[in-house]
Design a protein around this ligand. Structure first.
Ligand SMILES: *Cc1c(COP(=O)(O)O)cnc(C)c1O
Length: 425
């Protein structure tokens, strides 16, 4: 597939007059079309809800768009819970799927009526000690251990992951919860990340549906909702075929009709907690080429760095790069595209074949809409960039301003010299 940015060079030239590079740009049209497709793909399940994983893109403007499609939020921390509550999400629309959870976060999640998804059997007592009586609805995160493999060979290693309860613990925990007065139960699992295949959710659904039947038979407990969590991937590489959420939804329905319905479990609600799939392709990092360096290799230095997009530096993740206006030019130059951090892993691309890059060219780094801006940090004193929304009518809106030095120094307000510093540079 030829990966084209959702924005043209002409549009970008207008946008950079208003917002200096680097910045993350989001595509409202793409976000809306995809959110609608997700809703339709699971419309066969009356209880279906997507809880957007806030950590992927914690921006209130973007989350408000998803809210229009009846999405809830999936939170992992206090500030994500606070944002959800501030945006008007009601209790049942907030999932709290956290791990190694601090006491005050459990307390807050309970206060706002979020559904608490426990990561460990010991958290039952931990939670009880904080809030007293347990909520009527509780969910548990399952980890089957071992290696989890899909039919096409994609696999991950749950046995090595810190998340979730073992099967034995899961059965014990549901009984404990029931004995403590819990009435509505959920089951959650997140076993493989960034799966570029339509098989993952249906395969996971089979695992969880069979388990839910076993729970019903052995414990007499009927699970009310099954949370397939995140893990639905996107085609970061041009040679990958993007997932088709309609095929995925139909695949889950087939397993649902085969396993749950005949076992009298045809009322179970399906939940998802997608982050990457909801936003990833609909964001990009726009940056400018500012240096060209020729030593043992050819380097292009850009004005963004790993502090704006960490995935290539920490996972060696591939992000496609387009030189704006040179979409159809031959890729006959081999470059390392680098940022300014004093870390040699600060490279958006290594040995990448691209068209000849001239100073001042705008580079579009694709698929930064999830786990992009949100993983940003301040190393080397670098400041977080702005986030800009490209609206459906082609206009733009600043949805988060760039950090300034004043923001960077703000937490030193205990230190008079910096408090009274002159910020004019
Ligand atoms: C990160 C996370 C998600 C979202 O994962 P994606 O791969 O972005 O879809 C969902 N649920 C939980 C519990 C997570 O930690």
């Amino acid at each position: 597939m030829n990966k084209k940015p959702f924005v043209t060079k002409e549009q970008l030239e207008e946008i950079v007059k208003k917002y200096p590079t680097p910045f993350h740009l989001y595509d409202e049209k793409g976000i809306r079309e995809n959110a609608k497709a997700v809703k339709e793909a699971f419309a066969w399940n009356p209880g279906f809800r997507e809880y957007f994983a806030v950590k992927a893109t914690p921006n209130p403007f973007l989350i408000n768009i998803l809210k229009e499609y009846d999405c809830g939020t999936d939170c992992s921390s206090l500030t994500e819970l606070m944002m959800s509550e501030a945006l008007g999400f009601k209790g049942e629309y907030i999932m709290f799927s956290s791990n190694d959870t601090p006491a005050e976060e459990f307390a807050y999640a309970n206060k706002i009526g979020a559904t608490i998804n426990l990561d460990d059997i010991t958290h039952i007592e931990f939670l009880e000690n904080i809030i007293g009586t347990l909520p009527k609805t509780m969910s548990l995160r399952y980890n089957p251990g071992g290696v989890y493999q899909l039919s096409n060979g994609i696999m991950d290693n749950p046995g090595d992951a810190k998340y979730g309860l073992t099967k034995e613990q899961l059965f014990e925990a549901y009984q404990i919860l029931r004995n403590k007065g819990v009435e509505r139960f959920g089951l959650h699992a997140f076993l493989v990340s960034n799966t570029v295949t339509n098989d993952y959710y249906p395969t996971l659904a089979r695992t969880l549906f069979e388990l839910v039947v076993e729970i019903k038979e052995k414990l007499g407990i009927e699970i009310s909702f099954i949370n397939l969590s995140g893990g639905v991937g996107i085609a970061y590489r041009p040679e990958e075929t993007p997932n088709d959420i309609r095929v995925i939804g139909a695949g889950v329905k087939k397993v649902y009709d085969e396993i749950l319905v005949p076992n009298g479990l045809g009322n179970v609600a399906i939940y998802t907690e997608m982050g990457r799939f909801m936003m990833g392709p609909y964001g990009c990092l726009v940056t400018k080429a500012i240096h060209e360096k020729h030593t043992y290799k050819e380097y292009i230095g850009v004005d963004a760095c790993a502090a704006n997009l960490m995935r290539p530096a920490i996972y060696g993740a591939y992000h496609h790069i387009t030189v704006a206006g040179k979409e159809d030019a031959p890729c006959d130059h081999k470059y390392d595209i680098v940022g300014s951090l004093c870390e040699n892993c600060d490279k958006f691309a290594v040995d990448r074949m691209l068209p000849k890059i001239d100073m001042g060219d705008l580079l579009v780094i694709h698929d930064t809409g999830a786990h992009g801006f949100s993983m940003g940090y301040n190393y080397n004193g670098r400041l977080r960039s702005a986030e800009v929304l490209l609206k459906e009518d082609g206009s733009t809106q600043l949805i988060r301003r760039a950090e300034t030095p004043k923001d960077y120094f703000a937490t030193f307000d205990c230190f008079d010299i910096l408090k009274n510093m002159n910020y004019d540079v």
